[in-house]
Design a protein around this ligand. Structure first.
Ligand code: GTP
Ligand code: SPV
Ligand code: MN
Length: 610
């Protein structure tokens, strides 16, 4: 973007951007302190209005942060190219800051609270000189929900301001929610302080720090996704998981979907898959035609995070704290996930995709034939034979949930929905069958805790190596993992009636490296078996690892899958399972003396069943 384009920035014609007259004095004080520290040229208080969104987008275009896309094809859509060193969550630069290391536990990076505050103070000092400081009030969760949480993010990134506007319930509503929650005006109201600066976007000076005891998040040096949109992974998972453990509820890295059967009965299912392992796709699934004809309908409550609590009847209830999707783009097309394509067709931000000559966008897997030429995600000329990817493997779209054609009617219900089944799943080329069911909650928690998955481009680092990712929460547990696992075991006691637990793997490959299961919409077949099992209606056989459907127990009609192929897909080799158990040791040894006894018992039972 050239300087000439800066003329598109409108002059500050009205009062938008200034602090609301009735702003809470505790919030004001914190913003004033941050302003003093960061020394921005301007302070801009967001109100969440549509006019403001236009203004923020225009500012972003002026700064070269956003490139307007073809407005006929993609109304309201913009492209953003992030810094090449800043394209995914950086787990090694993410810290849990507590007084003692034990509170962060063996799987988190730990920093001493005082040391962290003093380091960050140095980094933030004068960091916003010449920039605008945006104050972004937001709510996580449906307004009025018992679990809804208010946060305020201070940032110097207009990209963050726009994305937070899509991902959360942002603006005036947050002040209202804060007032609704706060009783005593002398007491500081409960809100998460989120302080963010892109700084100089230098990985050497990049810290994503969480202070669970202070309900505070401070992030410096990254403008990307989960590192910078602090309502998402930082608040809704790391801080919330800590609060949940204290207050007996759960914050999990899960999608939440409704499945309506032909008889009208609706079942809600939550599923935890690690990053880039299929949550958004599963949450928006379109069933195969014969299921649609028969009357099956799938609806989305959430695609990435759930907050769950036990209601007065003893049922596990869940809400989606988010209000938008920050979804993986590569591999998404009108065949694999048409609903996602519709979501991102308007009012969306594309991050790190390729730009076509007509102002449309492209990514690997969007069409079978690549375009003859385009501008790749780094801004360079690209042709199919150039040997580089056009879109970054972790390129993303940010879209409002309201764009989803299959948004569940309960998506904004403060009371949430009752969860009947929980699914854990990983990306595993070998060993792990398509689907099986845990014997009970305790065994299910063990399955979740020992979940393995091949690493993906969603986090920086090596891709494709199997790592243990308990409940798909390894990078997101805001406290000691032993306490987290104990929390999962203990939640059972609060429930009168608990969800059934399952394990899936859409990603098993044959010796030629081809996926053995068609996946995507066809996952409906597995989901139907899961729902039927949850309601005590489908058959299965007992195996050492759990209950498994036999050929014929799961509907394969129309898939042209032979009995042999199905059995290979579900195949269990005892030697492989032994190797898998040995692979779990890595995590168990990390927990060492703090490994919950239930984990030891479940492991012994598994070994004795082999
Ligand atoms: P995060 O947003 O990082 O948490 O990812 P996610 O868990 O929501 O994953 P998503 O649904 O975006 O899928 C990630 C990648 O896996 C995409 O490239 C998808 O096309 C691919 N994928 C999703 N579901 C399936 C499936 O059933 N089979 C196969 N083979 N690939 C899938
Ligand atoms: C994930 O990595 O699980 C995501 C993307 O959902 S990010 O918001 O960057 O964490
Ligand atoms: Mn995710």
């Amino acid at each position: 973007m050239t300087n000439a384009d800066k003329s598109t920035v409108p002059a500050g014609a009205n009062h938008r951007g200034s602090a609301p007259s009735n702003v809470n004095p505790h919030v004001k004080k914190w913003v004033d302190e941050a302003t003093k520290l960061c020394q921005p040229d301007n302070v801009y208080w967001c109100d969440g209005s549509p006019e403001e969104k236009k203004d923020l987008l225009a500012r972003g275009v002026g700064e070269g942060v956003f490139i307007p896309l073809n407005q006929q094809k993609l109304p309201g859509c913009y492209l953003h190219r992030s810094n090449g060193n800043d394209v995914a969550r950086s787990e090694q630069l993410t810290f849990i800051c507590t007084p003692s290391e034990d509170q962060a536990g063996p799987t988190n990076n730990w920093m001493d609270v005082r040391q962290a505050y003093s380091k960050l103070k140095g980094l933030f000092s004068g960091a916003m000189k010449g920039r605008t400081l945006y104050v972004i009030p937001f709510v996580m969760g449906p307004l009025g929900s018992p679990l809804a949480k208010v946060g305020v993010e201070i940032t110097d990134s207009v990209y963050v301001a726009v994305n937070m506007g899509i991902m959360t319930r942002m603006g005036e509503v947050a002040w209202k929610e804060l007032a609704r929650k706060g009783g005593d005006p002398d007491q500081p109201p409960e809100f998460t302080k989120c302080l963010h600066s892109v700084g100089d976007c230098n990985p050497e000076r990049r810290y994503i720090c969480h202070f669970p005891q202070d309900n505070t998040i401070i992030s410096f040096g990254s403008g990307y996704g989960g590192n910078a949109l602090l309502g998402k992974k930082c608040l809704a998972l790391r801080i919330a998981s800590y609060l949940g453990q204290q207050q007996e509820w759960m914050a999990e890295h899960m999608l939440l979907m409704g499945a309506q059967a032909p008889d009208g009965k609706k079942t809600y299912v939550a599923a935890a898959f690690p990053s880039a392992c299929g949550k958004t796709n599963f949450a928006m699934l379109i069933p195969p035609e014969k299921y649609v004809k028969a009357g099956w309908r799938i609806t989305t409550v959430g695609d990435d995070i759930v907050w769950m609590w036990v209601d007065k009847d003893g049922h596990l209830r869940a809400i989606n704290p988010e209000n938008g999707y920050f979804g993986v783009v590569p591999g998404t097309n009108y065949e694999t996930n048409p609903n996602a394509m519709v979501c991102m067709a308007r009012d969306s931000i594309y991050t790190n995709v390729a730009l076509l000559p007509d102002g449309d966008v492209w990514w690997e897997g969007k069409t079978k034939e690549p375009p003859k030429q385009c501008i790749d995600w780094t801004g360079q000329e690209w042709t199919p034979d150039c040997g580089r990817k056009a879109a970054h493997p972790n390129s993303r779209f940010t879209a409002p949930v309201a764009n989803n054609p299959v948004l569940d009617p309960a998506a904004n219900d403060p009371d949430g929905v009752v969860v009947s089944a929980i699914i854990f799943g990983g990306r595993r080329s070998r060993t792990i069958p398509l689907v099986f069911q845990a014997f009970n909650w305790m065994h299910g928690v063990y399955l979740g805790a020992s979940l393995g998955s091949e690493t993906t481009a969603a986090a920086t680092g090596q891709v494709g190596v199997v790592r243990r990712d308990p409940m798909a929460m390894l990078p997101f547990i805001g406290y000691n993992i032993s306490d987290y696992l104990v929390h999962w075991f203990r939640m059972r006691k609060k429930m009168r009636d608990c969800p059934r637990i399952f394990h899936v793997n859409w990603f098993r490959k044959d010796d030629q490296g081809r996926f053995m299961w068609p996946g995507f919409g066809e996952n409906m077949r597995v989901l139907k078996w899961i729902i039927d099992r949850s309601q005590g209606r489908a058959y299965a056989k007992e195996t050492p690892i759990g209950w498994m459907p036999r050929y014929g127990d799961i509907d394969l009609d129309g898939l042209h899958m032979t009995k042999e192929q199905f059995e290979a897909l579900q195949g269990l080799k005892i030697d492989d399972i032994k190797a898998e158990i040995a692979g779990q040791e890595e995590l168990f040894l990390k927990l060492a003396g703090d490994l919950p006894k239930e984990m030891i018992f479940q492991r012994e039972l598994l070994i004795s069943r082999l």
